[in-house]
Design a protein around this ligand. Structure first.
Ligand code: C5P
Length: 220
């Protein structure tokens, strides 16, 4: 019952260029996985936290985050999300959160959960797009047009759903780059809330450097 956190952390992090799966990379004393679980717990939103890790990291993850339930993930993010969904059982709401967004403040979990409690079916945190955006021809690299960014938003996690909507969306096993995309495909409304710059996803070596610098700065 209540709200369950589902944290996919089973990615290899190939784009990061570290020698271990991304969630197990150190951020200055604690791993990306520990940071994400800690932030989720500090929000006081969740009755349970489920993390999904690479199969050979399950035992190690249980030691790192004893407060969480740990299950093995799959090849694609959506496989990992489904592995987590399979163990949820009874729940009213589910927030799916990339472990890679390790600096996400507890407030953001609260904001997304509140919107669900107020009746939304699906909720995503978003930020305005700061750069100018252009559509390009990917073959000859020429600009086709400038896109109006005023109506565009960059989407983060945690993404929140009623358990029912999420189960329906993943039963369809359609193709989408995020979970809200699957819910949209079923014709459900997806609400937005203000995201947070600290909820950025650690994807590249540059992002990892930024994350470490921010944490070192906070510690001083
Ligand atoms: O690779 P990327 O950072 O976009 O992945 C987003 C999140 O999904 C990460 O926290 C990653 O660990 C997770 N993931 C997963 N299983 C996969 C691929 C990614 O749990 N097969």
């Amino acid at each position: 019952t209540g709200t369950v956190a589902l944290i996919p952390a089973a990615g290899m992090g190939t784009r990061l260029g570290e020698d271990q799966p991304k969630a197990f990379v150190d951020l200055g004393g604690t791993t990306i996985l520990e940071r994400s679980v800690d932030s989720a717990l500090r929000s006081s939103v969740f009755s349970r936290v489920i993390v999904v890790v690479p199969e050979d990291m399950v035992e190690h993850a249980r030691e790192l985050v004893p407060e969480a339930e740990v299950v093995a993930g799959g090849a694609e993010r959506s496989d990992s999300v489904r592995a987590g969904l399979a163990v949820i059982g009874a729940a009213e709401r589910v927030l799916i959160h990339d472990a890679a967004r390790a600096l996400t403040p507890p407030d953001l979990f609260v904001r997304v959960d509140d919107e669900l409690r107020n009746g939304a079916t699906a909720v995503v945190p978003v930020l305005p797009v700061v750069d100018t955006l252009k559509r390009v021809d990917t073959v000859d690299h020429e600009v086709i047009e400038t896109v109006d960014r005023a109506k565009l938003r960059a989407v983060q996690t945690p993404q929140g759903f009623t358990h029912t909507a999420l189960q329906l969306a993943h039963a369809e096993s359609g193709d989408a780059t995020d979970d809200a995309g699957l819910v949209e495909a079923l014709g459900s409304r997806v609400q937005t809330v203000h995201g947070d710059q600290y909820a950025f996803k650690i994807t590249t070596a540059f992002d990892l450097r930024i994350a470490r610098l921010l944490l070192a700065d906070e510690a001083t």
